[in-house]
Design a protein around this ligand. Structure first.
Ligand code: GLU
Length: 471
């Protein structure tokens, strides 16, 4: 059975790159009827924070990427938080030591750094070896460690040979002999390094495939060597390409919003974000772009992941978000926009009315936030004053009076009423209509006038005309 994992470090908010990794793993798992596992890699104690972990989970759920095993729901291979697995890493590090594949190091960090500097000053690659550390393991040093309650660090003995990796995305990658030296797997405080914890967990959690960002490619050689040391077959690993900004540089804060949280706050729909993320480095065989989750699951395959960097294009994301705003279920749209309305103090008359308002403005929206600018006048009377030609003013006043006494006017009735005012008068009809729109909305463009009047109600419309003209 396919078992994949998303393994974020809770050191920040979920970004575009991480969310895309999670999504590809999720699509792959669901496509194969496998399991999608959430593992929290919180061994960087100084930088990991609970709040980020909670936020990661909240954001993944918002995207609809629900996991089958994880720190909150447990599962047969738990715990799923690395900080709760320290005893496991120690046991497995000891296992490698007893197999002769890893060794204890009694050097202090400053001493290790010194070795590195020395190697570099001799123009040698800063590769550690067992021999370099041997002289530190004196009986005095061991006693000192014991007195201080310290444990020796454990280093993995990297085999000096060429390692070939068949990457699911990039194809054959050759790590030539001697490109990596020995490295720490367990620090003297008992905390494992990323590469080691990752291998132990992927092995014990029976992960079959790993899809991750290609910044991890240099780690793969170390991880493959450790699987071999344990005598286990590694999972199949694929590295997805980097995401670049529209200027061709690595996507970063300079390009605007990059965390999913920010996209949510700006009024992007989870359906649109997920759909857009999927296209950052993956394409459907039929080149279709708008695809709901089910369709992406059905069509997903690793062999359609691109080797080339993906370009994050905010214009396309906006276009896609606009599409989802226009097409998702009305009830769902109302649910998504409601928190925004609260923030803006926009109080709808009722939900049917809100639905109708959304109906007449949503074609112009790219994000939910656009609603604040496009549809504000439905909730707040605009502060406008106009001075117009006398003939237009008279017509508008007449219109206002008629509306005041026609409370049960439907859309047809509104059209007839306004027409009857304009008809037979000598006036510039265009000026009449643009002024009317401006008085009602404070804008020069927007939804059909009849819709505006209908949704504002005849009384409010009449009042707005009067106030705007009298001022
Ligand atoms: N914790 C690592 C990260 O957030 C996971 C890498 C991996 O998938 O192996 O980048």
């Amino acid at each position: 059975m396919v078992r994949v994992r998303f393994a974020p470090s809770p050191t920040g908010y979920l970004h575009v790159g991480g969310a895309r990794t999670a999504l590809f793993n999720y699509l792959f798992a669901r496509h194969h009827g496998g399991k999608f596992i959430l593992r929290i890699e919180d061994t960087d104690i100084a930088r990991s924070e609970k709040i980020f972990e909670e936020n990661l989970m909240k954001t993944l759920r918002w995207l609809g990427l629900n996991w089958d095993e994880g720190p909150d729901i447990g599962g047969p291979f738990g715990p799923y938080r690395q900080s709760e697995r320290l005893h496991i890493y120690r046991e497995y590090a000891q296992k490698l030591v007893s197999l002769g594949k890893a060794y204890e190091v009694y050097a202090y960090p400053e001493e290790i750094e010194k070795i590195r500097e020395q190697l570099l000053s001799q123009d040698e690659a800063p590769h550690y070896t067992r021999e370099l550390f041997e002289s530190f393991a004196t009986s005095e040093r061991k006693k000192e460690y014991e007195q201080k309650g310290l444990k020796p660090a454990i280093y993995f003995s990297m085999p000096r040979k060429t390692i070939i990796h068949e990457d699911l995305v990039k194809g054959t990658v050759v790590f030539s002999e001697g490109s990596v030296g020995d490295f720490a797997i367990l620090r003297s405080n008992g905390v494992p390094t990323y590469n080691f914890a990752c291998v132990v967990d992927d092995m014990l959690m029976q992960i079959t495939h790993v899809i991750r960002g290609d910044d991890h490619l240099p780690n793969t050689v170390k991880q493959l060597a450790m699987y071999e040391a344990f005598g286990t077959t590694p999972p199949r690993i694929g590295h997805v390409s980097t995401i670049l900004g529209p200027d061709g540089k690595k996507l970063s804060k300079r390009h605007g919003a990059t965390s999913i949280e920010e996209f949510k706050a700006q009024g992007y729909l989870p359906e649109a974000v997920v759909n857009y993320l999927a296209l950052l480095g993956w394409s459907s065989p039929d080149a279709k772009e708008i695809m709901p989750m089910d369709e992406m699951i059905a069509k997903f395959s690793i062999d359609r992941l691109s080797k080339n960097p993906a370009i994050f294009d905010p214009v396309k994301l906006n276009w896609m978000n606009g599409h989802y705003i226009r097409t998702i279920d009305q009830e769902q749209l109302i649910q998504l926009i409601s928190p925004f309305l609260k923030d803006w103090n926009f109080v709808p008359k009722n939900s049917k009315w809100l639905m109708e308002v959304l109906q007449v403005v949503k074609d112009r929206m790219h994000t939910l936030k656009d609603f604040q600018i496009i549809a504000d006048f439905f909730f707040i009377r605009p502060k406008v004053r106009v001075s117009v030609d006398q003939s237009v003013k008279e017509a508008l006043m007449a219109c206002s009076e008629k509306l005041e006494s026609s409370s049960d006017c439907d859309k047809n009735c509104i059209v007839d009423l306004i027409r009857s005012v304009v008809k037979g008068r000598k006036l510039n009809a265009k000026e009449f209509y643009t002024t009317l729109r401006y008085l009602l909305t404070g804008k020069n463009e927007g939804p059909e006038l009849v819709d505006v009047v209908y949704l504002l109600g005849t009384n409010e419309t009449a009042a707005r005309i009067k106030v705007g003209l009298e001022g």
